[in-house]
Each structure stands twice: as structure tokens, then as C-alpha cells.
Design a protein around this ligand. Structure first.
Ligand code: 4NP
Length: 157
């Protein structure tokens, strides 16, 4: 099993979107039994909360159902469990580096590394902006999800 964990700050906007989109792409590729998908937040601010309703609505408009997801915080054992830990912005990466146990060897990646064609480095936080921020997140997440699946196919399958 190849295990993927998407991480953002709150686990209610960007990483649940990534989880929902990437899970759908994995299912459509017939790879659900070899790739598992999860998400978490570096903060504990929204533990137990469903994804932001604006994000759920934008995702539903493209056929992704995020409604069953609930926020959790990154845990120390995630660094042993997952093959890919993928942050959305440089703050997530810095926070993950400081949370990683010293012996941890999992590589932490920036999600948009898998979508160089977007010309962007970070998935911008849509929390304090308008609804169009969630559509911009979806565009970036869909592009990077396709790139991530190709990376997994190349390295692991
Ligand atoms: P996320 O967005 O990291 O994409 O889930 C945020 C959600 C909540 C907050 C910040 C960012 N907050 O400050 O509560």
C-alpha cells in the first residue's frame, strides 16, 4: 500500500479538498486497493470539524464529495506511517519539519512540485477570502493530483 497524507494548517479547506480530489482520481484509475489517502492539519484548531462549507460546495460542483471528512491534527506516528506527506505552502512545510520526530525519514513534499505547469509554488489559503478562492484551490489540486499519481506510478507501481 502506498500511503499519502495531505497537510494544511486547519485541515478544513485545502487538504480535505486534496484528499477528496486525489481519492476520486485514484478510484477512477482503479488503484484504490494500492493507494490510501488521508489528510490532517498542523494546527489543532478545527479537530472534528467537517470541511468548510464553501469548499464542500465548490468540490461538489466538480463531483467530489467531502462531506464525510473530519479534521484531525498531524500526529508523530504519521511520520512512520505515510510514504508521502504533502504540504500546501511553505508554512506547512516548516511546521511539519519541526513536528517530525528526529529519526523520521519520510520525505515531506510541497504539493505543487507535482504540477510545475501551474507556475505556482503554493496552494493559497482560501479561508479568509471569497468563494472564488476555493475554485482556484480546486484547479491547483486537480493538476497536482494528476502529477502525484504519475509520480506514484513511476516510483512505486
Ligand atoms: P486550511 O485553511 O489550512 O486550508 O484548512 C485554514 C482554515 C482555518 C484557519 C486557517 C486556514 N484558521 O485560521 O482557523
Amino acid at each position: 500500500m502506498v500511503k499519502v497524507l495531505f497537510v494544511c494548517l486547519g485541515n478544513i479547506c485545502r487538504s480535505p479538498t486534496a484528499e477528496g480530489v486525489f481519492r476520486t482520481i485514484v478510484e477512477d484509475a482503479g488503484l484504490s486497493d494500492v493507494i490510501s489517502v488521508d489528510s490532517a492539519g498542523t494546527s489543532g484548531w478545527h479537530i472534528g470539524d467537517p470541511p468548510d462549507s464553501r469548499g464542500q460546495q465548490a468540490a461538489a460542483g466538480r463531483g467530489y464529495d467531502l462531506s464525510a471528512q473530519r479534521a484531525r491534527q498531524v500526529a508523530a506516528n504519521d511520520f512512520d506511517t505515510f510514504d508521502y506527506i504533502i504540504g500546501m505552502d511553505s508554512r506547512n512545510l516548516a511546521d511539519l519539519s519541526s513536528m517530525a520526530p528526529p529519526a523520521s525519514r519520510v520525505k515531506v513534499s510541497m504539493f505543487l512540485q507535482f504540477a510545475p505547469e501551474t507556475g505556482q509554488r503554493e496552494v493559497p489559503d482560501p479561508y479568509y477570502g471569497g468563494d472564488d478562492g476555493f475554485d482556484a484551490v480546486l484547479d491547483l489540486v486537480e493538476a497536482a493530483s494528476r502529477g502525484l499519481l504519475e509520480d506514484i506510478r513511476t516510483r512505486h507501481l
